[in-house]
Design a protein around this ligand. Structure first.
Ligand SMILES: [Zn+2]
Length: 369
């Protein structure tokens, strides 16, 4: 949708002329035949660009029907864009290098540059920025420059699922120069579809004139077959990350089962808390009232302690942090063991010392573990 400029917008005017002055076909002097007016945002303010379009005035010249535009026009902004290149680069850099949100970008564009755009429009331009960046990244000339000092390339392929249930994005990366070569969403991991990507990787390596020293992947069937077919003789190894993850898988599964079991065993926290709170309620002192009689104090303290035990135990059961090298279930078991030891110390102290309370809370806790 075309941008609606507010009536009070003040534009700087810029005239662009076609760089070429003479008709390349007949040598006649080119003549201005039309004007194209464009209004674009730049970081320096709104710009009114007037492009002077030219053609060859000689009606018999074959080039006569062709209209030429100034090349400088697309260095300011691409056709139909309302943002100049400087603004597009600015917001792409803020989004991807600084990880700003669209809302932040929108506010900053408005506050600092008086460029007022909808969130949708900003997202559209971020998408265009990505397309431009990808195109530049894949530019053969730039690639050749990046790979000039490299003897051989090491390639990796992996399927990523950006969002659950979405089609898988297959990414081919080169590991020596750490570049993503290309990525494509495939609807299936069928060998034929994957093979197409591998063939593309071969074309790229050939274009660079670099041998492929090694392939790395998680070695799923389609990769194994495809790489053997497209890159005969090139070694194919496990990616260490995948390797570790696969090794860790049975550990994590066992850990997860242990966690479920521990959670199932330790129940009734809420009932204990409810019991304590119900006892606590009648003794809650009203503001300004006299403090509780001294003999009630140890029981109040005991109830606090029980509630804190419950909170700590719940925290332990809900803790899911950790990976295969620090399985969360092991930490959970250790922490629960500490709680039990602590409770045991209390019970022993209670047996040896003064009876603290007839509350049903204590027996429930001591048998609950
Ligand atoms: Zn001509």
């Amino acid at each position: 949708m075309a941008y609606r400029w507010p009536d009070e917008t003040v534009f700087s005017r810029l005239e662009l002329h076609v760089e070429e002055q003479w008709c390349q076909t007949c040598g006649n002097r080119l003549r201005v035949c039309d004007h194209r007016h464009r209004r674009v945002f730049t970081l320096q303010g709104p710009l009114h660009v007037v492009c002077k379009l030219v053609h060859c005035p000689d009606r018999v010249c074959p080039a006569h029907p062709r209209t030429l535009s100034p090349e400088a026009e697309t260095t300011l902004a691409m056709p139909w864009w309302v943002l100049g290149w400087d603004v597009v680069c600015w917001l792409g850099q803020r989004r991807f290098a600084r990880h700003w949100s669209v809302g932040q970008i929108r506010a900053e564009l408005g506050d600092t540059y008086q460029i007022r755009l909808s969130a949708d429009a900003i997202e559209t331009y971020i998408h265009r920025y990505q397309q431009m960046l990808a195109a530049r990244h894949r530019d053969p000339q730039r690639m050749a420059g990046v790979y000039a000092p490299v003897d051989a390339v090491i390639l990796a392929i992996d399927g990523l699922q950006p969002e659950k249930g979405h089609e898988t994005l297959y990414v081919v990366r080169e590991l020596v120069q750490k570049r993503v070569w290309f990525a494509e969403a495939l609807r299936s991991s069928a060998t034929a579809e994957v093979q197409q990507l591998l063939a593309q990787a071969r074309t790229w390596a050939e274009r660079l004139g670099k041998p492929v020293r090694l392939w790395m992947s998680d070695k799923q069937d389609a990769f194994v077959r495809g790489i053997a077919a497209e890159f005969p003789g090139v070694p194919h190894r496990y990616c260490t990350n995948h390797f570790l993850r696969d090794v860790a898988k049975p550990i994590l599964e066992a850990d997860s089962r242990a966690k479920v079991k521990m959670r199932r065993t330790i129940r009734g926290l809420r009932a204990i808390e409810r019991g304590v709170l119900a006892e606590q309620h009648p003794t809650v002192s009203t503001p300004g009232a006299a403090p509780d009689p001294p003999e009630a104090q140890p029981e109040a303290v005991a109830r606090e302690v029980v509630l804190e035990y419950c909170a700590a135990t719940r925290g332990i059961l809900n803790d899911d942090q950790g990976g295969p090298l620090h399985p969360p279930g092991i930490r959970m078991a250790e922490a629960l063991g500490e709680v039990r030891a602590s409770l045991q110390r209390n019970l022993e102290a209670q047996k040896g010392g003064r009876r603290m309370s007839d509350s049903p809370v204590w027996p429930a806790t001591s048998t609950g573990g």
